[in-house]
Every structure is written in structure tokens, then in C-alpha cells.
Design a protein around this ligand. Structure first.
Ligand code: CA
Ligand code: CA
Length: 164
């Protein structure tokens, strides 16, 4: 069947492994959540992309459905981050965060560290208006690569990892 979605390419979705929940009706800002264990205590934490303030908030679970009142905020360095994923891009055992910065032409990578902390975002250029980002090993070198779907440009960008 022909794919009529202008921003959807078949190969990108075959490799995508995204864990996101869309909550576009919650707030004026576009916010997306992901859950993962960022601090290694085997409790699922939350990360939220804050489109209006260009950062990511991390909320740590205390178990039994409760979360720490102390929020951790990490600047993305990009404009309008509206979706995010977590993946260990550099293979150090700490989950990293990647945001698609819809109001710009880049994605941001925030490297994870001990205790669920994240370094400030480093931006990598992609096409205009990236709406989603995904990660997969596209070229078989066992390094996770990044793929963004660019709503403004109507295309996708592939960023190949160069860790070696
Ligand atoms: Ca945790
Ligand atoms: Ca990492």
C-alpha cells in the first residue's frame, strides 16, 4: 500500500524504536514524555521535553507511583524541543537523551552521567523542523545512529555515529 504521509518514509519506521506518549492537549507547550531508569535504581523515571523553555526536565521515581519533588532541568541548546528519546549513544552504560528541536534545524544530545544527571545539550544539524527523532544501528557498525523526521523540510535526516 502506498504511503501517503508526506513525512513518513518506510525505512525510517522499520528501524524506529521509540517509546513516547503524545500529550499535545495538556499544555500550550508541546510536551512529550518518556520513561526510563535514568539513575539506575531500577525504578522508571520520567523525562519531559519542554518546547517553550528549550530544556528537558527529569523526574525521578521513588517507587510505588511517587516521584521526587526535586526536578532536574537540562538545557538542550536547541529551539522548541518537542519530542525526545533515551538511548545510550556512547556506550558508557548511562542513558543519554536526544530531542528533536522543531523550531530549529537540529537535534540535541544530552549525555547521561552518574545519578541520572545529564550534560548540557550538544546540537547536531538536521533538516528544517525536526519533529521526531529515533535511534537505530543503520549501517551495522554496532553504534546507535540517529534519524529525524523533519516536518518543515518534508524529509528525514540520518546522523551516523562516529564513536570509533
Ligand atoms: Ca530510576
Ligand atoms: Ca551514554
Amino acid at each position: 500500500m502506498r504511503n501517503t504521509h508526506p513525512h513518513s518514509l518506510t525505512f525510517a519506521h522499520q528501524f524506529c524504536s521509540i517509546e513516547i506518549n503524545i500529550n499535545s492537549a495538556i499544555c500550550d507547550e508541546a510536551i512529550l514524555f518518556i520513561d526510563a531508569d535514568f539513575n539506575g535504581d531500577q525504578k522508571l523515571d520520567l523525562a519531559v521535553a519542554n518546547s517553550g523553555t528549550n530544556n528537558v526536565t527529569t523526574i525521578f521515581s521513588q517507587g510505588a507511583g511517587s516521584f521526587s519533588a526535586t526536578l532536574q532541568t537540562t538545557p538542550t541548546g536547541g529551539m522548541g524541543p518537542n519530542s525526545l528519546i533515551s538511548v545510550d549513544l556512547n556506550g558508557d552504560g548511562f542513558l543519554d537523551l536526544v530531542t528533536a528541536n522543531q523550531l530549529g534545524t537540529n537535534v540535541s544530545v544530552m549525555l547521561g552521567a552518574t545519578g541520572g544527571k545529564f550534560g548540557n545539550g550538544t546540537v547536531y544539524s538536521v533538516g528544517n523542523g525536526p519533529f521526531y527523532v529515533a535511534s537505530s544501528d543503520l549501517n551495522g557498525d554496532l553504534q546507535p545512529d540517529l534519524i529525524s523526521s523533519n516536518g518543515g523540510a518534508g524529509n528525514v535526516s540520518v546522523l551516523l555515529s562516529q564513536c570509533n
